[in-house]
Design a protein around this ligand. Structure first.
Ligand SMILES: Cc1ncc(C[n+]2csc(CCOP(=O)(O)OP(=O)(O)O)c2C)c(N)n1
Ligand SMILES: [Mg+2]
Length: 592
């Protein structure tokens, strides 16, 4: 058995089922070992190493397991980086295994010799090691997997190509050797009783309690609901927590932040007490003003607690365990006026969403595409969104139900993960429908290429449905709006306009189905057709780039900046004024 075989076998013993990657001479020994391993773990070839890292991150997000990606020395390793940062910033356990030039050549400015130890030092700062002798492989794999899981982060093992091809060796029983073992079960962490009592006192004293939950609250939905019931609270969700709680509960105000909803904004502005659970939502202007509310936070990561708002009690602990211990200490609030107000705001907001979605546009209002999808979402589907305007409509217009999974690049907010996350969903759960919601810019950046990976594999999936929505607006629209609203600049055509392309026809060329829709009244039927298909489908929706992704609360500065952009000669000024005005009007007069 070679070192490479020992590495692959150890991954398999850790329960790793899938390795996403791309070959190269730096990892030929490992490829040989994966071939001999005969599918345990299984190697999935991608189109670009960044996609392998996104898929490993997606795998971790969908399954809670460690995701693994593999790339060759030099260029392959460098290509992984952005996907690895996506995982690191969203706290996902991902192990990167990368090749390196032969030990005999290192330090010789050899071909493809890159200082990988330094290159990965930041993204994998919890653990990055280069193997130098066969006896290290066992403990390097053990530590990489265990640290990735325990710290919910990215780790990296660098394997010089000559080492991979040596005979494997166990560490001898002598000085200077390591004898590591398998297995990791996360601990249940609970704060001390006295702190729970202090937290309960604050929450019991509050008259208008707001809750904000994030991905850390996934798995604690029942406890979140019970807490909100007792406290008469509304619950807002950070982007990564979108699937942590269903949207069909009347007190769930939906997303928060620039992509958030008005009831979430009102919840935070009106509350006197804030309970934050499993979230590190960064935009403080969307939280209560300092001094306006008393705060309690629950987070598993002691490094990140008490950071976004001056909390009075910081409970380091698992969301579910901590809430379960807190609940018996809470008194049910008898005055439900605050809760009634929240529920009215939420009901009104959904009417606004419908009115905004049904506003006519040229040709299709992108909100309509999401609004029509929402009630059609199959049970247990897995939804990924890309960065771009899609993230706004994903955040606001989709009503997540119990059992669904949903994610995007929450913290890095990188373009590109939409399609690879969906592919990872299909490999992890071949019997569930995956839906990727992406802009044409993100699709051109990499999604197009990964359609080839989908075409290669879909026949093996128990349910072949993987749907890719492409918002065809010939524009890097999210940033176009940022240029207008944040900078007061008109759209800069040279930076913003995309090459036009026939996405549905391309999908057909690849061997999948492609549906092109440019009529708003056909959007619902197009979704029905997509979701009934016998293979992966691309839905190309021709959408209007001048429908503004309005933040929940437009500041005077933002409105002024927009007017300035128009004044400075925005190429779409007349149409965009009309659309902005109509969208705002839909908020004032929902249902008309
Ligand atoms: C890798 C990367 N490059 C650039 C950006 C900045 N950015 C964020 S959204 C966006 C536009 C996305 O355009 P598209 O995918 O067409 O979606 P649209 O907003 O038009 O719907 C850009 C350029 C980013 N987030 N990530
Ligand atoms: Mg676009």
């Amino acid at each position: 058995m070679l070192v490479a075989d020992a590495l692959v076998q150890r991954l398999s013993e850790w329960g790793v089922r899938l390795v996403y990657g791309y070959p190269g001479d730096g990892i030929n020994a490992i490829m040989g070992a994966l071939d001999r391993a005969d599918g345990t773990p299984r190697f999935i070839q991608v189109r670009h190493e960044e996609m392998a890292a996104f898929m490993a991150c997606g795998h971790a997000k969908w399954t809670g397991e460690v995701g693994v990606c593999l790339a060759t020395s030099g260029p392959g390793a460098i290509h992984l980086l952005n996907g690895l940062y996506d995982a690191k910033l969203d706290h996902q356990p991902v192990v990167a295994i990368v090749g390196q030039q032969a030990r005999t050549a290192l330090g010789g400015s050899y071909q493809q010799e890159v200082d990988l130890q330094s290159l990965f030092k930041d993204v994998a700062h919890e653990f990055v090691e280069t193997a130098t002798v066969p006896e290290q492989i066992r403990h390097l794999v053990d530590r990489a997997v265990r640290i990735a899981r325990d710290q919910r982060t990215v780790t990296c093992v660098i394997v010089p190509n000559d080492l991979g091809a040596l005979e494997a060796a166990d560490p001898p029983h002598e000085h200077g050797t390591i004898h590591s073992s398998l297995g990791y079960v996360p601990p249940t962490i609970q704060p001390p009783r006295g702190e729970l009592e202090r937290a309960a006192e604050i929450l019991n004293a509050g008259e208008r309690v707001a809750m904000l939950i994030g991905q850390g609250a996934a798995g604690a939905a029942d406890e979140v609901i019970e807490t909100a019931e007792l406290l008469g609270a509304g619950v807002a969700k950070a982007l990564l927590g979108k699937a942590a709680l269903p949207d069909d509960l009347p007190f769930v105000t939906g997303s928060i932040g620039l992509l958030g909803t008005k009831p979430s904004w009102e919840l935070m502005q009106g509350c006197d007490t804030l309970l934050m659970v499993g979230s590190s939502f960064p935009y403080s202007e969307f939280l209560p003003e300092e001094g306006e509310a008393r705060g309690v936070q629950i987070d598993i990561d002691g490094r990140l607690i008490g950071l976004r708002y001056p909390m009075e009690v910081n409970l380091v602990g698992d969301a579910r365990e901590t809430l379960a211990a807190l609940i018996p200490l809470l008194h049910r609030k008898e005055d439900r006026a605050w809760r009634d107000e929240i529920e009215e705001n939420v009901a009104d907001w959904w009417r606004v969403m419908e009115a905004r979605a049904m506003q006519e546009a040229d040709p299709i209002n992108p909100q309509r595409v999401f609004f029509e999808l929402s009630p059609r979402l199959p049970d247990d589907c897995i939804i990924s969104s890309d960065s771009g305007s899609a993230a706004n409509w994903y955040a606001r217009d989709l009503k997540i139900r119990c059992g669904m999974k949903a994610s995007l690049s929450g913290t890095l907010a990188t373009m590109g993960p939409g399609v690879p996350y969906a592919i990872a969903a299909k490999f992890a759960f071949p019997d569930r429908v995956a839906i990727a919601l992406v802009g044409d810019g993100a699709f051109q950046m990499n999604g197009m290429n990964e359609l080839l990976t989908i075409e290669r594999h879909w026949r093996e999936w128990a349910d072949p449905r993987l749907v890719v929505l492409v918002l065809h607006n010939d524009d890097l629209n999210q940033v176009t709006w940022e240029q207008r609203v944040m900078e007061g600049d008109p759209k800069f055509e040279a930076s913003q306009t995309l090459p036009d392309f026939a996405y549905a026809r391309y999908a057909e060329l690849v061997g999948l189905h492609g549906i092109h829709v440019d009529d708003p009244d056909r959007v619902g039927a197009a979704w029905d057709e997509e979701l009934a298909a016998d293979r992966p489908v691309l839905l190309e929706a021709i959408v209007d780039p001048e429908v503004p992704p309005l933040p929940p609360h437009v500041t005077l500065d933002q409105a002024r900046a927009l007017m300035h952009a128009v004044w400075e000669g925005d190429p779409a000024s007349r149409h965009l004024i009309g659309q902005s005005f109509r969208q705002k009007l839909a908020e004032l007069l929902p249902g008309r």
